[in-house]
Design a protein around this ligand. Structure first.
Ligand SMILES: Cc1cc2nc3c(=O)[nH]c(=O)nc-3n(C[C@H](O)[C@H](O)[C@H](O)COP(=O)(O)OP(=O)(O)OC[C@H]3O[C@@H](n4cnc5c(N)ncnc54)[C@H](O)[C@@H]3O)c2cc1C
Length: 424
């Protein structure tokens, strides 16, 4: 443990709302940084903090049991005297009196509060029914798995990361799977068309029917639970189970009710401070400053939420460090791991190393000569190196970047030494 920081006498109790990776990492960091006051970690889910990414993958398939998804055993929290309260919802926040109210009626006085309330699945108006699901939690996955097994067919509305992963997992459960995507291609906002095509081919090889350009006009659920989706152009699809997977929205109910500044997430500064004194936010719920002055973003990735939770705890303890994390995430589909970092858009200018068709590539998004994002399949080392390039900023030698005979670490070293070919 590091030396006890010089804490303000007022910092006696830190309450963390949300026991996902951001909240759990924050609570853990408070202790590892030497804070000896009271730490309370509140989560509305019944389970111990767990690895949410498994919810669309091995936990949904049933390959990994619930107890194998936990971040830490019960004893971990006890030994560190972190008061973990599961199955409790924080329903009221009085920022002036620094008081939090739980659904049980219990109130907690805090000196600092971290809102790590995460996100929730976006819903489609008017789309509901017995076999219509969204997916965020292990409980959601239990219900979805049971329905897929019972009905044998799944219609996924939304061809984003989670929709694609669930399609792959449902195939492993033996279901017939159809994916309906509103845009012309899968993952269309974050990957270039060539990568979309590669991912679509993976699904086609695994007998998933991917339908794009689908403007859904209705989804009717009959009494027996089976559903029929109809598109504007007359196409229709029938399925026993429906997953609505059309994005994530930040969980800001408590923050809004408390009058905090909220705009696509709880607005925080570079030290994770919200608009209320002593109240911080981190993870999927937070809208944080980006690398450039005019940029703000909300991470929806596991590692980003973890890094933010750690940094927020350090800030609470009066030891803020500049937050320069380049967010990154991954997706597993049919045994292939797609990794991505930074900010990628479908219409970015990409420099490709390797072969997208062979599913072995690194695609670096370059804007105004500078790497801003990366997508990689089967190349975790490349991803790490390009993340460093993105964090560092500055121009890149495009020809060297595309040249497989030049190691990416050498490209990075060249940039560090200012060896960008002037003509390029
Ligand atoms: C199905 C799925 C698959 C994913 N797969 C990947 C992946 O492969 N790779 C990747 O990088 N990222 C993945 N992600 C994203 C990643 O899981 C999230 O970015 C990360 O979990 C965010 O962590 P968090 O702690 O900010 O929020 P969350 O994990 O959402 O945790 C917030 C917690 O706070 C609780 N809470 C909310 N409000 C209250 C309240 N008022 N009182 C008490 N508790 C409250 C919530 O119920 C939740 O338990 C996936 C997400 C999902 C849903």
């Amino acid at each position: 443990m590091s030396a006890m920081p010089n804490l303000s006498a007022e910092l006696s109790t830190v309450v963390v709302v949300g026991s996902g990776i951001a909240g759990a990492s924050a609570a853990q960091t408070l202790r590892s940084e030497g804070f000896r006051g009271r730490v309370v970690l509140i989560g509305d889910e019944p389970a111990l903090p767990y690895r949410r990414p498994t919810v669309s993958k091995d936990f949904l398939s049933g390959a990994t049991a619930a107890e194998k998804t936990t971040l830490k055993p019960d004893s971990f929290w006890e030994e560190r005297e972190i008061e973990l309260i599961t199955g409790a919802t924080a329903v009221g926040l009085d920022t002036g009196r620094k008081r939090l109210t739980l659904s049980s009626g219990e109130t907690l006085q805090f000196s600092a509060l971290l809102l790590a309330t995460g996100g929730k699945a976006r819903r489609l108006d008017g789309v509901s029914g017995a076999n219509v699901f969204t997916l965020r939690s292990m409980a959601d996955a239990d219900s979805l798995r049971a329905s897929i097994r019972r009905t044998g067919s799944l219609l996924v509305i939304g061809g984003g990361l989670i929709g694609c992963e669930v399609a792959a997992t449902a195939r492993s459960l033996g279901a017939e799977v159809t994916v309906l995507e509103r845009d012309p291609s899968l993952l269309s906002r974050i990957v270039p068309p060539e990568v979309s095509t590669m991912i679509a081919s993976l699904h086609a090889e695994n007998d998933v029917d991917v339908c794009t350009d689908v403007a859904l006009s209705s989804l009717d659920v009959s009494d027996d639970g089976s559903a029929r989706a109809v598109a504007d152009d007359g196409r229709s699809w029938d399925a026993g189970t429906v997953l609505v997977s059309v994005g994530t929205v930040p969980e800001v109910t408590l923050a809004v009710a408390a009058g905090l500044r909220v705009h696509n997430g709880i607005t925080v500064d570079g030290q994770f401070r919200t608009s209320a004194d002593g109240v911080y936010a981190a993870g999927d719920a937070a809208n944080i400053p980006g690398a450039r002055d005019d940029e703000r973003y909300r991470s929806e990735h596991w590692n980003g939420a973890q890094a933010q939770g750690i940094a927020a705890a350090q800030s609470i303890l009066g030891k803020p460090t500049p937050f320069t994390d380049v967010p990154w995430g991954w997706s597993n589909q049919y045994g292939h791991t797609v990794q991505f970092a930074g900010a990628t858009r479908f219409d970015d200018d990409y420099v490709i190393r390797g072969s997208i068709a062979d599913r072995d590539f690194t695609a670096v998004a370059v804007r105004e000569g500078t790497p801003v994002g990366v997508i990689a399949v089967g190349r975790p080392k490349d991803l790490r190196t390009v993340r460093t390039m993105i964090a560092r900023g500055g121009a890149v030698d495009r020809a060297a970047l595309a040249d497989e005979s030049v190691a990416l670490t050498d490209v990075l070293a060249g940039e560090r030494e200012g060896r960008v070919a002037a003509a390029r």
